[in-house]
Ligand binder design. Structure first.
Ligand code: HEC
Length: 106
């Protein structure tokens, strides 16, 4: 009796699993606005390899030291394959469109 119950519950939970998989899954499409100009294509080329532009937008306006440190962190810690000469282009783009000129660390 116990075995039968166990078998029935295994079948039941398995069918629940199939029912979930059979449903079409719709992912919301989130289009993060990317500011155009100042070689935005370089920033998009490298910064979208691992994550969306939302990571950049969500920081709010940040200072030059913040963006410099963040780009360096992506390269040194997360191994983003960004050539040195493109790193400066990206930092300038980020400071202009998603930050402000300042020596503050935030
Ligand atoms: C090699 C993969 C990779 C690339 C390329 C990359 N990132 Fe990241 N980024 C990460 C990882 C991993 C995190 C941390 C995610 C987490 O903590 O959830 C992150 C997090 C961030 C954050 C969140 C704040 C923080 O400091 O963790 C920002 C902002 C960011 N990235 C900006 C950038 C910018 C700008 C570029 C282009 C220069 C870039 N990323 C390219 C891997 C990458």
């Amino acid at each position: 009796m116990k075995m039968k119950l166990l078998f029935a519950s295994v079948l039941l939970s398995a069918s629940a699993l199939f029912a979930q998989v059979a449903k079409p899954i719709e992912m919301p499409y989130v289009d993060y606005p990317v500011e155009a100009g100042d070689h935005d294509e370089v920033t998009q080329q490298y910064c979208l390899i691992c994550h969306s532009f939302g990571y950049i937008l969500n920081q709010g306006k940040k200072s030059r030291p913040y963006w410099t440190g963040t780009v360096q962190k992506m390269v040194n810690e997360f191994k983003a394959p960004i050539p040195k000469e493109d790193q400066q282009t990206i930092i300038n783009y980020l400071v202009k469109h998603y930050g402000y000129e300042s020596t503050a660390q935030h």
